[in-house]
Design a protein around this ligand. Structure first.
Ligand code: SF4
Length: 449
C-alpha cells in the first residue's frame, strides 16, 4: 500500500477566525507544488490550501504531514501540527518563519526544514521511510536547473492566477525584508528554456504571476525569456515584480509588453529620501519625487499597468505623509496602490532593531505572530501614535478608492494599457481594498501589554 503525504498551506487565523489579505486573491502555494513533485510515485500526495478551505478532521489519514508557514500563519501551523501529532502522525515544517526561528519551530513539530525544502526533501523522505526522521534538515540552495515541474494537478481549483518563477533571491538589503537573508544573499536563475517550456504548459487565458523576488536583476535574461515566448507564439498574461529601475530599460519594456505582460509590481515604499536610505533601498526619488514620476510614466507609455506598493509607519513618516502619498498616487496615476503598514517580521534587520529599541508592542509569542500583518500596528512608530498610523493608513486607502474615483482611475488604466484584464484588475483590486480598509480588523488582544 502506498504511503500518504498531506501538504498544507495553513490559513492566517486570529481569534478563531480566518483573516484575508486586503485584496483576497489567493495564489497557489508554489513551494508545496515543488515539494510534491519531488515526492516518489510510491507516495499518494494531497495539497490543502487553507486560504481556500480550512482543513478539518482526519477524513484522509496521512502517514506524514508537511506544513509551510510565513509569520502570520505560524500559530495556525503550530496548532495543526499539534492536532496531527496528537493523532500519532509526524509533522514536518518548513518556510520562511521556521527558517528564521528553527528552535521555536522545533518545539511544535517532529522535523524542521531550514532553507529551501526542495534540497532536503528526498533525504527527509528516505529517512522517514527508514524510521529515522531527523529533528532538523538544511535544504541549502541547489541549482535551479531541470526542475521537475510543480504538481499543479494537486492544487484545488479556484485561483485567479497561475504562478511560476524564473529566479530566486535578491541582492538587495532592505531592512524590512527577510528574503535576502533567507536565501543567504545568493541569487539563482533558471535556464531560459526551462522557464519558457513551463510557461507553455500554462493556460493562455489566465494571469501568470512570476513570483521572483526581484525578476529584473538580470534584465538581459528577462528579455531573452520574452523573446522566446514571442518566437514560440506563447504570449502570456504576465504580472511581474521588480525594481522601479526596470522602467529605465526601453528594450526590456518593449519585450515585456510584446510577451503579454499586463502588470508590473514595484516596491516604491516611500516619498521620503531619508526613509528610503534608512530601509536600505536606493533613493531614486530626485526632486519632488520626479524620478519616480518619470519612471512610472514610462511604464504607462509602454502600455504596462503599475501596481505600486508603499509602506507607512517608517521612522520619517508624520501625519502629513498620508496626504502626500494620496496626491502622488493620484497624480502618477498608479493603477493599483498597495498601502502597507510597516510590518517587522522575524528574520529581518527591522525586527532586531525594533526589539533592541524596545518598540515592539507584542510579547506573547507564538500566538501574537497572527498580529504581524500589514494592516495592523504592533510597534511604536517614531512620529505618530499607533492609532494615528492605523487610522491614517485605513483612511488613505478608503479615500484613494472612493466610488467616484474608482471608475475614473480604471478609465485611465484602460487608456494606459488598452487591456481589459488590466482594467478589470485595477477596478476589482481597488474596490476590494476599500472594502477591506472599511472593515475593522480583528483586534490583537495583547498589543502593548
Ligand atoms: S524588498 Fe525586494 S529589493 Fe528589497 S531585499 Fe527584499 S526582495 Fe530585494
Amino acid at each position: 500500500m502506498s504511503r500518504r503525504l498531506l501538504l498544507i498551506n495553513p490559513a492566517h487565523m486570529l481569534n478563531g477566525r480566518v483573516q484575508r489579505g486586503p485584496a483576497q486573491f489567493p495564489i497557489p502555494p508554489l513551494n508545496l507544488g515543488y515539494v510534491a513533485a519531488l515526492t516518489p510515485a510510491s507516495w499518494e500526495v494531497r495539497i490543502i490550501d487553507e486560504n481556500l478551505r480550512l482543513e478539518e478532521g482526519l477524513s484522509w489519514r496521512p502517514d506524514l504531514v508537511g506544513l509551510t508557514a510565513l509569520t502570520p500563519n505560524a500559530p495556525r501551523a503550530y496548532a495543526l501540527a499539534q492536532q496531527y501529532r496528537a493523532a500519532g502522525i509526524p509533522v514536518v515544517l518548513g518556510g520562511i518563519h521556521a527558517s528564521a526561528l528553527p528552535d521555536e519551530a522545533a518545539r511544535y513539530v517532529d522535523a524542521v526544514v531550514v532553507g529551501e525544502a526542495e534540497g532536503a526533501w528526498p533525504r527527509l523522505l528516505a529517512d522517514f521511510e527508514a524510521g529515522r526522521l531527523q529533528a532538523r534538515y538544511d535544504g541549502g540552495f541547489d541549482a535551479l536547473e531541470s526542475l521537475a515541474p510543480p504538481r499543479r494537478d494537486l492544487y484545488p481549483g479556484g485561483y485567479f492566477t497561475e504562478v511560476a518563477f524564473t529566479s530566486k533571491g535578491c541582492l538587495g538589503h532592505c531592512d524590512f525584508c527577510s528574503i535576502w537573508r533567507f536565501y543567504a544573499q545568493c541569487y539563482r536563475t533558471r535556464p531560459v528554456d526551462d522557464v519558457v517550456d513551463e510557461l507553455a504548459t500554462l493556460p493562455a487565458h489566465k494571469m501568470v504571476f512570476l513570483a521572483d523576488d526581484n525578476l529584473t536583476l538580470q534584465p538581459g535574461r528577462v528579455i531573452e525569456i520574452c523573446q522566446q515566448l514571442v518566437k514560440r507564439g506563447l504570449r502570456r498574461r504576465l504580472a511581474i515584480q521588480g525594481a522601479i529601475t526596470l522602467a529605465d530599460n526601453e528594450e526590456l519594456l518593449i519585450w515585456l509588453k510584446r510577451a503579454g505582460c499586463v502588470y508590473v509590481f514595484v516596491g516604491l515604499e516611500s516619498l521620503n529620501g531619508e526613509a528610503l536610505t534608512q530601509i536600505g533601498k536606493p533613493n531614486l526619488l530626485g526632486a519632488n519625487a520626479e524620478g519616480y514620476r518619470r519612471r512610472l510614466a514610462n511604464l504607462h507609455r509602454h502600455g504596462l499597468g503599475v501596481y505600486g506598493s508603499f509602506i507607512v509607519g517608517l521612522d520619517q513618516d508624520t501625519p502629513e505623509t498620508f496626504a502626500q502619498l494620496e496626491r502622488f498616487i493620484l497624480e502618477a496615476e498608479i493603477d493599483c496602490a498597495l498601502i502597507n503598514i510597516l510590518a517587522p517580521l522575524p528574520g529581518t534587520l527591522l525586527w532586531e532593531r525594533l526589539i533592541a529599541e524596545g518598540r515592539l508592542l507584542l510579547r506573547h509569542f507564538p500566538d501574537d505572530y497572527a498580529c504581524c500583518t500589514q494592516d495592523r500596528v504592533y510597534f511604536q512608530p517614531a512620529h505618530l501614535t499607533p492609532q494615528q498610523l492605523e487610522e491614517g493608513a485605513r483612511q488613505l486607502i478608503v479615500r484613494l478608492n472612493r466610488p467616484g474615483l474608482l471608475a475614473r482611475r480604471a478609465r485611465r488604466t484602460w487608456q494606459h494599457t488598452h487591456s481589459a484584464l488590466a482594467t478589470l484588475i485595477a477596478l476589482e483590486w481597488n474596490r476590494r481594498s476599500r472594502v477591506a480598509a472599511r472593515r475593522i480588523p480583528d483586534r490583537c488582544e495583547n498589543v502593548g501589554t
